[in-house]
Design a protein. Structure first.
Length: 268
């Protein structure tokens, strides 16, 4: 009986060791707010499925791609595909999307005025300083009637592409995550609701106008190096993320419990 018990325990120990040895580990780069929060929420569930997630947090929108391209992390989760495409073209990165995540709707905010019609002449407007998000913000300002852009520039539009500026507003270019902090100092600002929630700056549901599901191309992607785009562990990460109730709850909370501030495009 003792021999059988020892044999049984040895078999269990070996099986546990093998299961532990086969568990995959992924280093996932994120920025603070909804992306970090939702990945953190997935950790217990992923671990139970044999996937260990190590969260690496960055505070800017440049370093996560530098780290990914260098192999310091396995995946990053903070950017939409147009931003990724621009980074690849600009820096020559060997990166690729590996799955779709949250669509963070953007908004145009003012803590001084209730609508675009009330914005005065010579107002100050804060806009993102990176090429793609600046273009996206300008399109929303155009939709609100504050400016007009050259025909066809789309999300690649810059301040140089403004052809009509009837109120002679002036622009201040700011790094995206900092827009929430400068909004009180300007008349109008582009805003990312999840950063506004994270900064506890003001009501993220007070925007003058928002983007929406029609902006699906701006859904955040899981990006990795090209040679790992089909990696089973990364595919598992994406699948678990998209099907996790804990992730959905974390996302909803990070967007101030307001459905109009985000979309889960894989469900559309």
């Amino acid at each position: 009986m003792k021999l059988r018990l020892v044999t049984l325990l040895s078999t269990i120990a070996l099986a546990a060791f093998a299961a532990g040895a086969s568990a995959a580990t992924l280093k996932v780069g994120v920025v603070p707010g909804v992306y970090a929060d939702s990945i953190e929420a997935l950790i217990p569930e992923a671990k139970a499925k044999g996937l260990d997630i190590e969260v690496v947090e960055f505070t800017d929108w440049t370093t996560p791609n530098v780290a990914l391209n260098a192999g310091d992390i396995d995946v990053n989760y903070f950017q939409h595909k147009p931003f990724l495409d621009n980074a690849i073209a600009d820096r020559g990165y060997e990166l690729a999307p590996a799955g779709i995540g949250i669509l963070a709707n953007i908004g145009i905010y003012s803590l001084k005025y209730k609508d675009f019609a009330s914005v005065p002449d010579n107002a100050t407007v804060a806009i993102a300083n990176d090429p793609v998000n600046q273009g996206r913000g300008l399109l929303l300002l155009e939709k609100g009637g504050l400016i007009k852009l050259k025909d066809g520039v789309g999300y690649k539009g810059t301040l140089d592409d403004i052809v009509e500026n009837p109120k002679n507003v002036t622009f201040s270019e700011v790094e995206g995550p900092q827009l929430a902090r400068v909004t009180p100092d300007v008349d109008v600002a582009l805003g990312y609701p999840h950063f506004i929630v994270a900064a506890k700056a003001f009501d993220p549901s007070s925007g003058l106008i928002y983007s929406g599901v029609d902006d699906k191309q701006y859904a955040i992607v899981f990006a990795t190096r090209k040679e790992k785009a089909e990696d089973p562990a990364i595919k598992q990460l994406v699948e678990l993320y998209q099907n996790s109730d804990a992730v959905k709850a974390a996302v909803h909370k990070a967007f101030g419990n307001d459905n109009k501030l985000y979309t889960l495009p894989w469900l559309q």
